[in-house]
Design a protein around this ligand. Structure first.
Ligand code: SF4
Length: 345
């Protein structure tokens, strides 16, 4: 049957009701739900405490649309990039990033991206579709397994910074996080999850209203509208004024510090005027600025700024009481670094 329903699209309640409608016990739904999420079963056949007859019935009605790690590349620095094949043969990428103390999974939320940041390799792929909650969840499970296998420890953190704009796939991203943090799923703390957005004001406000517990990061890259629109054209639709207003709302509601992701490019945003605008933009709430080393995707206009320019950012931000970190790029040799995910493997 070509169009069997993905069983993980069902809530626990729906699964329980399904079994009742089949003349079975609702409890059977709990058992199957546990296999599907907590035990990450890839087939009905492997559900050993379910009778053969029930497994066959499930097989006849549903499919389990697991992802498959199609290709895995390991960097000399321990970073692992996965090309992940989805049930419809589309491919996304996810990355394991190890440091001394933690292992972070960088996961994708869309196939391609709805936005068009000019410095980003993913933007060159057009958006094909949103990922389902289970496809996001499976990326995390796959990286957790790799972390245990290659780094002898479980996954500790998750960032939504892979392919796609997570807030353009809001419902599925939130459902995935619900399962990742649920005791019926992976039981991870929401404090270890960061959703990174290019800044969709309406959705930031919605998240604030829904009292979410994970962290928010904003890929800002410039606090001057003309500059930001030139590198992130959707800024003309969602200008900085609206973004700032949404972030003020977020902070008022959550009291959570905001992280800004920021790359400094030569000749684009490396002047004192750019630094001053950033300070002015983020001073309203406790903020942290991550200055990210850039990985050129070609020899075009986007090149890493000089150390002097970076130091100017660091000194000015610190003088104004804004926490600043410099994030060296990881996995460059396998094109796994930020903005480099483009299904090249
Ligand atoms: S930087 Fe992020 S939001 Fe922008 S195009 Fe790339 S994947 Fe999309």
């Amino acid at each position: 049957m070509a169009d069997k329903k993905d069983i993980r699209a069902l809530t626990k309640e729906q699964l329980r009701n399904f079994f009742v409608a089949q003349g079975d016990k609702a409890f059977r739904g709990n058992q199957v739900y546990e296999w599907l999420w907590k035990k990450s079963a890839h087939s009905f056949e492997g559900m050993t405490n379910i009778s053969k007859e029930t497994r066959d019935m499930l097989e006849a009605n549903f499919t389990i649309n697991n992802i498959r790690v199609d290709q895995m590349q390991r960097s000399t620095d321990g970073t692992i990039k996965n090309a992940v094949k989805l049930h419809d043969d589309l491919v996304v990428e996810s990355v394991l990033i190890p440091t001394e103390t933690r292992t972070t999974a960088c996961v994708s939320s869309q196939v391609g991206c709805s936005l068009d940041c000019r410095f980003c390799a993913t933007a060159r792929l057009k958006r094909m579709r949103n990922l389902n909650p289970d496809e996001i969840y499976d990326q995390v499970v796959a990286i957790d397994n790799q972390s245990r296998l290659y780094h002898d420890r479980p996954l500790s953190n998750i960032v939504f910074m892979g392919m796609g704009e997570p807030l353009m796939n809001y419902n599925n991203v939130l459902k995935a996080i619900e399962m990742i943090t649920s005791e019926e799923g992976l039981g991870m703390s929401p404090k270890r999850i960061t959703v990174s957005t290019s800044g969709v004001p309406k959705m930031i406000k919605k998240m604030a209203d829904e009292d979410v517990r994970f962290k928010l990061a904003v890929s800002l890259h410039s606090a001057i509208d003309e500059v930001r629109t030139a590198i992130m054209p959707f800024n003309s639709t969602f200008p900085l004024k609206d973004l700032r207003e949404a972030l003020e709302y977020w902070y008022a509601k959550t009291k959570n510090r905001i992280t800004y992701e920021y790359v400094v490019w030569r000749g684009i945003n490396d002047s004192q005027k750019d630094v001053d605008a950033l300070v002015k933009f983020c001073k309203f709430a406790p903020s942290k600025v991550n200055l990210i080393e850039y990985n050129p995707i070609d020899d075009g206009e986007f090149q890493q700024a000089s150390d002097d320019a970076l130091n100017r950012y660091i000194t000015t931000l610190e003088k104004n009481g804004i926490t600043v970190t410099v994030r060296r790029s990881r996995g460059k040799d396998i094109d796994a670094a930020c903005g480099q995910l483009a299904n090249k493997s």
